[in-house]
Each structure stands twice: as C-alpha cells, then as structure tokens.
Design a protein around this ligand. Structure first.
Ligand code: SF4
Length: 191
C-alpha cells in the first residue's frame, strides 16, 4: 500500500536530510493532477521555482507550456516534479549524495501517481529513471519501457531556450509524446 501524495508532501516539507535545506526558500514538492497519465520529471528547482514553491514556473516553464500545447496536452492534466525538491545554490548540478537522499520522495510520487508515461527532462531525471549512464543526447528521440511505464527522455527545456538545434529536437520529442499517449490510451482501452 503506497502513501498518498499529501502524506509524502507533508514529510518532504519538513525535510532536512541534506544541506540544501539550509539555503532553500521553499521545498518544491511537485504539482498537478494526482491521476495524471503523463508525469514530467525535471532536475531541481531554479530561482523562480524556489520562490514560488512550484516547478517549472520560470522561463523553462513557459517553453514547457508551449511544448505541451504542441503535444495536445493541458498543463493541469499532467503532474510535474523534480529529482531534487530543494534548489541547489546558484543552480549548480545536483550532487549524487543529494539525489540519493531525496529520491525516495520521487519514487513514492511515481508510485502514487502511477502514470502511463514518464517524460524525463534532461540528464539527471533520465539517468535516475532509466538507471543508465548514457547521456540525454544519445537517449532522446525514442521511447523506452521501465517496468510498466513508457519513458520518453528529452532535453530539459532550460537547455533549449537559447539553442535552436535543441529546440527543434525538443519539438520533435513532444510530437512523439503525442503519439505515445495515443498508443498508451489504446493499450489501456484494450485491457
Ligand atoms: S533536497 Fe530533498 S533530501 Fe535535501 S533537504 Fe530538500 S527535500 Fe530533503
């Protein structure tokens, strides 16, 4: 029996397991539809997210919204969370020990939401979900299965804001997401 999102969030909001608790403004747990068929996983809160207590509300969030529209997905229908729940100072990369300490929250979130498709945004989320050392550039562009989930790795939107070549690939991955959701729905309907 898994815990509810509310129970997991109540724990995370009190968390002081790693040193990021000293520098964060807020714990950015995650937000969205608890029954989402697609869950997005990013890296860690940035400055805007740390202040607003919500993932993907800054510039990267605006680009994500555009990509969702492209795939025919409404943002309130998805669930979105990060690997780390607290902002690393200066937006530095998450450290392995921080990921290890924080990841139980994400694992429980995935179990509670039980999505059909997980979209991993960037290297950290992709490596965590697919348990791989390969980089996002070689992994993106196709779907994988991890347990019962379809997993679609793509670039973190922040990496595509000023890079037109990555933006084109991000768009192509969100087109693929639209297709993947159609397949996942058909598979579900056939059960
Ligand atoms: S990053 Fe995760 S493990 Fe570290 S204090 Fe925040 S919630 Fe706890």
């Amino acid at each position: 029996m898994h815990r509810t999102l509310e129970e997991i969030e109540a724990d995370a909001l009190q968390c002081r397991k790693c040193e990021l608790c000293e520098t964060r403004t807020t714990v950015v747990f995650g937000v969205g539809n608890p029954d989402a068929e697609v869950m997005f996983i990013g890296e860690a809160p940035g400055k805007q997210e740390d202040l607003g207590a919500e993932p993907f509300i800054g510039a990267a969030g605006k680009l994500l919204n555009r990509m969702l529209e492209r795939a025919g997905i409404n943002r309130p229908d998805i669930y979105i969370a990060n690997v780390l729940k607290c902002r690393p100072p200066g937006n530095r990369d998450p450290r392995p020990d921080e990921i290890q300490l924080c990841s139980p929250y994400l694992r429980e979130q995935v179990r509670a939401i039980d999505p059909d498709v997980i979209v991993t945004l960037g290297n950290f989320a992709t490596k965590f979900i697919l348990k791989t050392d390969k980089g996002i550039t070689s992994l993106r562009g196709q779907a994988y299965t991890a347990g019962k989930f379809y997993v679609l790795p793509t670039f973190h939107p922040a990496a595509a804001i000023y890079d037109q070549s990555k933006l084109a690939l991000l768009e192509s991955d969100f087109d693929l997401l639209g297709e993947l959701l159609r397949v996942a729905r058909e598979r579900k309907a056939a059960r």
